[in-house]
Design a protein around this ligand. Structure first.
Ligand code: GLN
Length: 491
């Protein structure tokens, strides 16, 4: 078995069958991180207990106990997930030394399934960004070409997955942060339906949009990870009691009877690069040949999706980030005479030094939108339009099972190219933000490679809780993928 390409099933059955120990698997990946991550900067923290955690899995197997569905499979998580005793920074100076006293539910579920957590992954600060350039820990690099961004905000997760610095990774997606880096790095990335996965213990960015999900090398691995992490959680009242299907067992690439929607507003957006357009066209032809039917559908409110998203996300962020005040935990500015400080100065200096530029921009925008006099004109209005957007999507899903579209307008861009132009960066989110505004499941499937050798993903979206349909179309796309057999240059 080659661990650089092995699937979850291959690893866990070899560990269970004692052909290889969980400890050996863990050591392999830790060594890989040691030798490759200097050039990628995907990890912010390595779990110093990883080897001893692997030994516990081996011990369970030796004792004849059930080691779990993903026994000995090494994962790493975006630095948004609280990990007991392991530093969790959200990519920010303000949480630079924060060590949570508990695990996020998702981390706990992975551990219960026999997963070994290798460490924590780089990201845009508080998940605000599309390129992983706003991280306090410096930019993460794309393993296919280290001059390019890996995408964001879960850039470390996508880059680590592409370079196989873990067998599986976790990200969060508020407006595209799993799908967009997955597309740029040539890996599978799934954002589940809002409410499928517990947000307990995940650092909040915009609570009505945030959702956690897996980034993996194959669709089957993503399906297995979803089986483990989905489900109702009494610690998160927004989790749904919908039954969690056996996604991996129900995978089926037969597309007969499937209707796939093409959104008029996405396909004619004019913003699409020729290479992404070509990838989408090839994907459509391939799926037609496999029996899928295509229908044109329309969401007229698409033109308002990006402004709606940035208004709502910034408003919720300004409220969520109020907790970082230097009093309870996290970074506190140094003061010569603390007792002589006014409270305003104490907060102001701590937050002024602790947050980066992009985070401050969002806090100011959000505070403005929520302030009295503007609340109705901006925040409330955006929430009303959000509801109408949902109605339009629900109508469209009466006519199709899955919507196929690009993930981004272009393949990965160069580090530094867009970071000084926030508007250009925001507009790049046009294809991904509606999914979150409506709470739908969405995913990116690695499909094509650009002339300059960078991956291009295809986005699939389904109606609430119809992840299985999306995964099935994803499986068919995977079989036709032009990325198959190619690996990032860094390896
Ligand atoms: N690029 C979007 C933003 O900056 C999405 C981020 C995300 O999904 N976390 O808000």
């Amino acid at each position: 078995m080659d661990l650089a390409t092995a699937t979850f099933k291959e690893i866990s059955s070899a560990v269970r069958g004692k052909q290889i120990s969980a400890l050996e698997v863990t050591k392999y990946f830790l060594q890989r991180i040691e030798s490759l991550d200097k050039r990628i900067n995907a990890y912010t923290t390595i779990n110093s207990a990883a080897e001893s955690e692997a030994k516990i899995v081996d011990q369970k197997i030796a004792n004849g106990e059930d080691p779990g569905l993903l026994a000995g499979v090494p994962f790493a998580a975006k630095d948004m997930f609280c990990t007991k005793g392991m530093r969790t920074t959200a990519g920010s100076k303000i949480l630079q030394n924060f060590i949570p006293p508990y695990d996020a539910t998702v981390i706990q579920k992975l551990r219960n399934a026999g997963v070994v957590i290798l460490g924590k992954l780089n990201q845009d600060e508080f998940a605000m960004g599309s390129s992983n350039e706003t991280s306090f820990f410096g930019p993460c690099r794309n393993p296919w070409n280290t001059d390019f961004v890996p995408g964001g905000s879960s850039g470390g997760s996508a880059a680590a997955q592409a370079a196989r610095l873990a067998a599986g990774t976790l990200g969060t997606d508020t407006g595209g942060s799993i799908r967009q880096p997955a597309s740029f790095c040539g890996v599978v990335g799934v954002k589940p339906t809002y409410g499928r996965v517990s947000r307990y213990g995940i650092i909040a960015y915009a609570s009505s949009l945030d959702q956690a999900g897996p980034l993996t090398s194959t669709i089957e691995d993503a399906a297995l990870a979803l089986e483990v992490i989905c489900g109702q959680d009494e610690r998160d009242m927004t989790t749904s009691d919908h039954q969690v299907p056996n996604f991996s067992q129900d995978l089926n690439e037969d597309l007969k009877g499937y209707r796939i929607g093409l959104l008029k507003e996405y396909m004619n957006s004019g913003a699409l690069s020729a290479e992404v357009q070509k990838a989408v066209d090839i994907a459509i032809t391939a799926l037609k040949a496999r029996g899928a039917q295509f229908v044109e559908v329309s969401i007229p409110l698409t033109e308002f999706a990006v402004p709606m998203y940035y208004l709502i996300a910034s408003s919720e962020a300004s409220s969520n980030l109020a907790r970082y005040d230097g009093v309870k935990y996290g970074f506190r500015a140094q003061f010569e005479n603390l007792s002589a400080m006014s409270l305003d100065d104490f907060y102001g200096q701590t937050r002024g030094q602790g947050f980066g530029k992009e985070v401050k921009r969002r806090i100011m925008l959000g505070t403005y939108c929520l302030s009295s006099g503007y609340y109705d004109a901006y925040y409330n209005k955006a929430c009303q339009v959000r509801r109408l957007l949902r109605d339009q999507f629900l109508d469209v899903f009466k006519n199709c099972d899955v919507i196929l579209s690009p993930v981004t307008t272009s393949p990965a861009f160069k580090i530094g190219d867009r970071v000084s132009d926030p508007m250009a960066m925001y507009l790049n989110d046009i294809f991904t933000v509606s999914t979150n505004l409506v709470g739908l499941p969405g995913m990116s499937v690695p499909f094509a490679v650009s002339e300059s050798g960078l991956p291009i993903g295809i986005q699939l979206q389904a109606v609430h809780f119809a992840e299985q349909k999306m995964l099935n179309v994803g499986l068919a796309l995977e079989k036709e993928s032009l990325v198959a057999g190619r690996s990032p240059h860094v390896i």
